[in-house]
Ligand binder design. Structure first.
Ligand SMILES: Cc1cc2nc3c(=O)[nH]c(=O)nc-3n(C[C@H](O)[C@H](O)[C@H](O)COP(=O)(O)O)c2cc1C
Length: 211
């Protein structure tokens, strides 16, 4: 999708936006919570909160108890070595949160259009979320950005180690994610796309209609 198409898609979405609570309708309360190291997840979280006209929280500034008033929680976390930043919020507090609509979006460099990438994210999430948690949480995957020049030393070192490991592999045994890592290593790449939030927005609006 081109930038012009993306912005048109988002405009169209705004045009069909349902009335907000402020407009007198009894819609359920939604919160978007995010944890982001370099800002990609935060950008998506802000766009989602704007589209849904709902509250936006930084994961580091809230406690699980702050989420009690909400019917729907959209959690977004950056992907780091397969793990989703802050996803433990949903896992540790699942008992209190399980009666709510729970949505988790990941933000990583791997292309979510490739099912082998999303399968591997789901597999890693399995280390944090039990099968009942995974059944209860609706997943979305969004694509982020990286600028190696701006990485903190610890992250530079982690990426260098990963690159070293992948570069040693047999060309035939490289996964798509490996190939992508080799192609983007050391560069600044940005795959952030505002229109990519649309499926998540439609999903949440569908919940609003059915509640
Ligand atoms: C140390 C490190 C590990 C990463 N691991 C992954 C990963 O496992 N999968 C992935 O898709 N992207 C990975 N990335 C890319 C980040 O997910 C990507 O830069 C994302 O946009 C970061 O989001 P944030 O800025 O909100 O934290 C990694 C980046 C760094 C620096």
């Amino acid at each position: 999708m081109t930038a012009a198409q993306s912005s048109k898609a988002v405009d169209l979405l705004s045009a069909s936006k349902p009335p907000t609570c402020e407009e007198g309708m009894a819609f359920m309360k939604t919160a978007v919570v995010f944890q982001s190291r370099y800002g990609s997840t935060k950008r998506y979280a802000k766009w989602i909160a704007e589209e849904l006209s709902c509250d936006l929280w930084d994961r580091k500034k809230i406690k699980a108890a702050d989420l009690q008033p909400y019917h729907t929680i959209v959690y977004g976390g950056g992907l780091y070595a397969g793990g989703v930043l802050g996803a433990d919020l949903l896992a540790k507090h699942f008992q209190e949160l399980r009666h709510k609509n729970l949505i988790l979006f990941t933000c990583g460099l791997a292309d979510p259009a490739n099912t082998s990438n999303t399968d591997s994210i789901r597999k890693s999430l399995g280390k944090v979320l039990t099968p009942p948690m995974q059944d209860a949480i609706q997943l979305f995957h969004l694509r982020g950005a990286i600028d190696y020049q701006k990485l903190r030393p610890i992250h530079k070192a982690m990426m260098a180690a990963l690159h070293h490991m992948i570069a040693k592999k047999d060309a035939g045994s490289l996964s798509d994610e490996d190939k992508e890592m080799l192609a983007t290593y050391g560069k600044a790449v940005d795959f952030i796309d505002q229109a990519a939030i649309l499926p998540l927005i439609h999903y949440v609006r569908g919940l609003e209609r059915s509640d």
